[in-house]
Design a protein around this ligand. Sequence first.
Ligand code: EPU
Length: 336
Amino acid sequence: MNILENASLLTFNTFRVHVKTRYLIEVSDVNDIRNFIGSELHAIRPKMVLGGGSNVLFTHDYDGCILRLSIKGIENISENDESVLLRAAAGENWDDFVAYCVKNGWGGIENLSYIPGTVGASPVQNIGAYGMEVRDSIEMVETIDLESGSTRKFSNKQCEFAYRNSIFRSDLQNRVIITHVTFRLKKNHCFNTSYHELKKELSLHPETTLGNIRSAVITIRKRKLPDVEILANAGSFFKNPVVDQTLLDSLKLRYPEIPFFLDSGGNIKLSAAWLIEHCTWKGRRVRNVGTYRKHPLVIVNYGGADGSEILSFAQKIQQSVLNHFGIGLETEVNII
Ligand code: EPU
């Protein structure tokens, strides 16, 4: 266990906000977590767990303990002709894990290529992209209770997965630490290439393979989304809003071209990017903060912005969308 006091979080959040935490505790195995729970530091509140810091916005210094998990390892638990069961440690880099699976011919998460963050963070917000969500490949999530130190295994159903949500982001937020995630990946996987943009990009490849899907997704993401190493951001800042049929019908009268789609649960979702663009926020910049010029759902820190400046910019967008469409945009990013 590595303990740092009054530590900078600059390199631990992809918004590159200059904030400090009272304690930054790096845990590299399950024993470290137990040692932390048995230590004096455990009494300090608040506490939170940080993965890759790619979905978080700190608006002030954190007067508590932040735990960073660097538990590593991928275990092949069992395998048959159809599938493989892999247990990955929470601190593994997500995209390295996807690359490893694709290389071995195991399907189910290839559309989720190039998403920043860690394996342990993937179930928390049920990461999703290009018609795929991680919940469809998760068999089990292992946790340790931050107060009692007791371990618990959550089956897929017990994770209560929903669009960009799970029990780990709702009832159990900052109450448990995810240590391992077990995935079931398929050997004769049915490719999911229904997403229009992915289909189009794949048509440039001679055949549809796991590797080509991964390449196509990476190409699309690099084209549309800013690279955090160049332009600090946390991916989509807002969720796509779910609306009812009545609201959709009334919006369609005013905006016949409004894009909408049905998710796997049959909910009607609008495109937050479209709503924001329609309110003229695409590519707009106020001092050090702006929306990305190619995708208005992504808020970028051009350098030097603090968390409250980013938050106040985001709130202006929310207000604008509310005034214009009567729709409240929820944040996808965790605001601390
Ligand atoms: N659109 C615009 N203007 C733009 C960009 C997009 O109007 O500048 C509209 C278009 O109608 C487009 C639609 O938005 O068809 C959807 O755009 P896109 O395919 O980029 O997807 P998204 O709904 O904006 C979601 C996820 C992304 C994920 C993509 C691809 C959320 C909050 N975001 O974005 O996830 O990569 O789909 O599947 O669900 C993330 O979570 O950080 C993230 C990047």
